[in-house]
Structures are given as C-alpha cells and as structure tokens.
Design a protein around this ligand. Sequence first.
Ligand SMILES: Cc1ncc(COP(=O)(O)O)c(C=O)c1O
Length: 386
Amino acid sequence: MPQSPIRKLVPFAEQAVKNGKSIYYLNIGQPDIKTPKIALQAVKDSKIDTLAYSRSEGSEIYRQKISDYYKKHDIDVSHEDIIVTTGGSEALLFAFGSVMDVEDEVIIPEPFYANYNGFSIASGVKVVPIISKIEDNFALPPIEEFEKLITPKTKAILICNPGNPTGYLYSKQEIQKLAAIVKKHDLFLLADEVYREFVYDGNTHYSIMQEEGLEDYAIMIDSVSKRYSMCGARIGCLVSKNKDVIQTALKFAQARLSPPTLAQIASEAALETPQSYFDAVIDEYVERRNTLITELQKIEGVKVAKPKGAFYCIAELPIKNSDHFAQWLLEDFELNGETIMVAPAGGFYSTPGAGLNQIRIAYVLKKESLIKAVNILKEALKVYKD
Ligand SMILES: Cc1ncc(COP(=O)(O)O)c(C=O)c1O
C-alpha cells in the first residue's frame, strides 16, 4: 500500500509544532466551514436506546431522501439505485470490487485523488494513467489517447468531477465523449462526484447520471463529507441504475454489515440544509480561490491552473522534488515562527516521476491565512536549494 501523500508528512508537522512553529495546513481537504446545525441537532435529538446496525444498503428513508436530493439536481434515480457507504472511500472500494477482478485495469486521468492508488492496490487492480496537463488546465485528454490504452483487461474509466487535485470541471461534451468510449468498448464509467456543489463562475455540473443511454455503464460515487463539511460522519453512497452492479455492491455492503447509524441520522437531516448555506459557502470558496491564484501568480516561476470547482489546485514550482521541499518547509524553514504544510503532488500520479515539481494546495483556510501562507511559500522558494 502506498502512503497517503496528504498525510505522510504529519509526523514532521507534529514535530514542527512541538518545536514551537505555527503551521498553515494547506495539505488536507478538511474544510474549516461549519457543519449545518440541523445535522448535529438531529443526532442530539435522536431518541435511540440501542445503537443498532442499520440495513446494509443504508436506511430506506435516508435513501429515499437522497433520491429526492438527486432529483433536484436533474438526476433521476430511486432509492433502489443507492447503497449508503462509510464515506465515498468505501463506495470507491465497493465500485472497484464490483466491476473488476484482480489484474483488471482502470484508466484514470492523472493527476488524480491520491487514494485511488491505494484503493486499486487494495483491490488488486492496475491503474492505467492518462496524463492531463497543467498547460491545458487539466482538460480531458483526447479520446484517441484513451483508446490507445484500452486492452482486454480494461474494465473501467474513473473520473473525478469536479476534480481533486486539479479543480477541473468536465463539460457536458467531455462527459459525452467518455460515454461514447465506454459504450463502444463495453466499460464502466465511474465518476467521483463528491464535490458536485463546489462549482464556480456560473458553470453547472453535468453528472454522468444525467447522460441518457449510460444507465448500464454509469456508477457514481458520492459523499456528505465535503457537501456539508461532515468529513467525520463517514457517510457516502454508490449510485447506479445497473441492477447487477447494485446487487454485487450489496454483497460487499453485507460483508461489512452496515454504514454508521448515528451518522445516517445526521446525513438525513443535513439534506434539509437551505440553499443559502451553499450560496454562502460557494462565495467563500470563490473568494479564497481568487485570492490564492492571484497570490500564486505573483511568484516568479510558479505555474498554476485556475480551478473551476472543488477546493484544490496544483501549483508547479521551480523545484525538482516536492517531497523534499514539503518536508524541508516543516523541518528547516520558518518565517516569523510560521510555516506551511503542502501535499507533494507525486502521489497524485501513478506515472513514475510525474508531478515531482508540483504541490497540491487545498484552499480550506480563510483569505487572510491564505495570503500569509502564499507569502511563506514565496520566501521559502527564495532560499530553498534542491
Ligand atoms: C475526490 C475524493 N473522493 C473521495 C474522497 C473520500 O471522501 P470520504 O470518504 O470522506 O467521503 C475524497 C476525500 O477527500 C476526495 O477528495
């Protein structure tokens, strides 16, 4: 199993704090946004005497309410098409296990969410990367490039939309291109849509579940973690209109018994969150993104693609090895007692050596902190020697 590039520097950060440094944490997608009160209150108000298992596929009422939520997003699914999971993470594992055997292959545009590497290894599946480039703002690589990679072992294409770590938002046309390939080659299209709400600049999100004719091929991964800033609830879901996929995923769900009961109560209540909550959150992220990108662009030698969604960006730095740089920032650098923690981007690629001069930044901190953090990066780059 690979280490998580997002978490592997934690011991160095802990040591830096022990040594008296303050750290701006830009490495992890843990938003500082408050969880909707309604969700927390529902747990406090629950009159449970016995904290029992729920059904393996998740509580029926919760699944019905999720399908209502999807209908509001133009996604027509019923509760029978949904399996509630312990986070989007478990939904990804169930999806991999359900559609692939050991040694099968999944094509993923890279850079990608680092744990896809871990889930693939845990499932015995091989990731076949297809590079999307910072110069192209991480747009979908040409279809011919996908077709070159398809072998008899290829079972699926996995995308993350909007993307972590790139912030890229796939257009309807791009989804339609992918739909054409998966239909032609009889593959599954897996889409991790956990950042669906986090779409900026008036763009709209187009889900694979909205694409007609893709019903048998599409598997969507979702989560409450980011939507309601409820990462600790550990609730997500797997959604597909393909009955065989759902029946197979259900066997995985039965093997782990059930998703967490209290967290389903919180997640069900969270569905009542008013649109005004999201409007405020989106405004906040847009401001943070604009601040971060503007500040990064002021640093000589730094290249960055403007994210259209989610809350991450990849920045290319004038360095050779971001693993070393990220550790050095924690161990050997400070500016007035402060430093930053970033995620080296190598772990977001599976092509050896790719992304070594890049870092991923999560803009989950307030604007003022982001300005200070980028200033620290700027000063650090002036003195860092590869
Ligand atoms: C793209 C993406 N997918 C899935 C997950 C997993 O989320 P969770 O298991 O908390 O639902 C994350 C978490 O950061 C993510 O960024």
